[in-house]
Design a protein around this ligand. Structure first.
Ligand SMILES: Nc1nc2c(ncn2[C@@H]2O[C@H](COP(=O)(O)OP(=O)(O)OP(=O)(O)O)[C@@H](O)[C@H]2O)c(=O)[nH]1
Ligand SMILES: [Mg+2]
Length: 409
């Protein structure tokens, strides 16, 4: 079974289960309602009460009426309370469901721009096409290049697709659509370590160093990731290793307050490696699980940056063996191919263990994930899908495919 069909089945199944669950939940609530109704109307205490009261005050019919009314009112009140309880319960159940659904929703929303651009163009091309011709492949090539999949990647993809169309004698455009998705993601899945996991240190704090050029989202990602790790029960510390840009320290400090994470800083303009030294030392003393280190994002002078990163790595490694466990390169998806060349430069000067692809929500260039794979072969570990603290997700290729191609499924 192809990747497209696999993802389709996976999410169709999930959808079906959800609908089934909702129906079951509705039934349970209705049953609860009925049971409560029956219990209330059969309550012997209340019936006895009514009887006693009416026996004693036979002559005062009006009072009996009043009492009955009062009891009825009480029962009605109780019913209202129960109804309300059920409503609240129903609401929290729904809210909980919303929370669990939110990962998929994030992918769905975050990739909507790419979907509108790339996938809808693809659908429209296929709707217009009667016969698979050379023009069809040319137009497809343009659509893919516009989605920032990368020229080389697109060219080799088109070659493979042509071969497959010929060898399988494909004429059905719906089937071709599936083949396109399959072939595109074979690029990603083939011969690769499909890991989005952070490599944690089992013998002490894990150090994650964040690198990348100006404005890509390093500081924001540290904030988001700290929140995620802390929610997983990890004790985190942020270290303000960007001592270069004015306001950078304060920006990270803001995030530390926002997510409730401990924070270490030095003076603006001071040596980042010395701040990092202090931070890592403190983190060790305080038994911190994960140290997230911000760095300055200038790449104007490659030699300087390389020296600085070397120094940082040396300092970190002297305090914790095999650290940093991760050096995550942050790339802004909206910069498209530019991001790829930045990554190539960084790859030359330091050991990048993973990529965080930010601002996918703000771009139609979601295809960059494929270019990263083909041209850099570094795993995308996280993706940023918005500016909020909760808008960071571990990269999941199946959810990504779903987010992109759901309109075709
Ligand atoms: N829409 C969107 N905006 C993001 C995302 N990640 C970061 N941003 C925004 O991008 C801008 C720059 O983010 P920073 O975290 O300051 O980037 P940086 O790499 O630390 O920048 P420097 O410190 O200047 O090198 C901010 O306005 C963030 O809110 C994302 O996933 N989606
Ligand atoms: Mg920053």
């Amino acid at each position: 079974m192809g990747l497209f069909s696999k993802v389709k089945n996976l999410f169709k199944k999930e959808e079906k289960e959800e609908i089934k669950e909702e129906i079951e939940e509705q039934e349970v609530l209705e049953d609860e309602f009925e049971e409560n109704d029956i219990e209330e109307s059969n309550n012997p205490e209340e019936t006895d009460n009514v009887k006693e009261k009416t026996d004693n005050k036979e002559e005062k019919n009006y009072q009996e009426e009043d009492n009955k009314k009062e009891i009825n009112d009480n029962v009605k009140d109780q019913k209202d309370v129960i109804k309300n309880d059920i409503k609240v319960e129903k609401k929290t159940k729904k809210e909980k469901k919303k929370e669990t659904k939110s990962t998929l929703q994030l992918y769905d929303d975050g990739l909507s721009k790419t979907r509108d651009n790339f996938v809808n163009k693809l659908i429209s091309l296929n709707n217009r096409t009667k016969k698979i011709t050379e023009e069809y492949f040319e137009e497809l090539e343009d659509i893919l290049i516009m989605a920032d999949i990368g020229v080389n990647t697109v060219l080799s993809f088109i070659e493979r697709l042509k071969k497959r169309v010929k060898s399988e004698n494909i004429t059905d455009l719906n089937y071709l659509q599936e083949v396109i998705v399959d072939e595109l993601f074979i690029i990603y899945v083939d011969n690769s370590i499909l890991t989005n996991k952070i490599k944690f240190n089992e013998n002490g704090p894990t150090v994650i160093l964040f690198v990348g050029v100006n404005g890509v989202g390093k500081t924001t990602t540290i904030g988001k990731m700290a929140l995620k790790l802390m929610n997983d029960g990890k004790k985190c510390m942020m270290v303000a290793g960007d001592t270069f840009r004015a306001g950078a320290i304060e920006q990270l400090e803001e995030w530390s307050k926002k997510v409730g994470c401990s924070f270490v800083k030095g003076k603006e303009g001071s040596d980042p490696s010395s701040v990092i030294y202090d931070g890592v030392k403190k983190a060790k003393e305080e038994n911190v699980d994960v140290i997230l280190i911000d760095t300055a994002g200038r790449l104007q002078n490659k030699v300087n940056l390389m020296k600085e990163l070397e120094k940082m790595n040396k300092v970190i490694g002297s305090l914790i063996e095999n650290a940093p466990q991760e050096t995550l390169l942050v790339i802004d998806a909206t910069t498209g191919q530019n991001g790829i060349s930045q990554a190539k430069s960084f790859k030359e000067i330091t050991n990048i263990t993973g990529i965080v692809l930010t601002k996918l929500d703000g771009t139609a260039k979601g295809g960059i994930v494929l270019a990263i794979k083909e041209e850099l072969d570094i795993p995308v570990k996280y993706i940023g899908l918005g500016e909020k603290a909760t808008d960071l997700e571990p990269f999941d290729i199946e959810k990504y495919i779903y987010g992109l191609f759901k309109d075709m499924m």
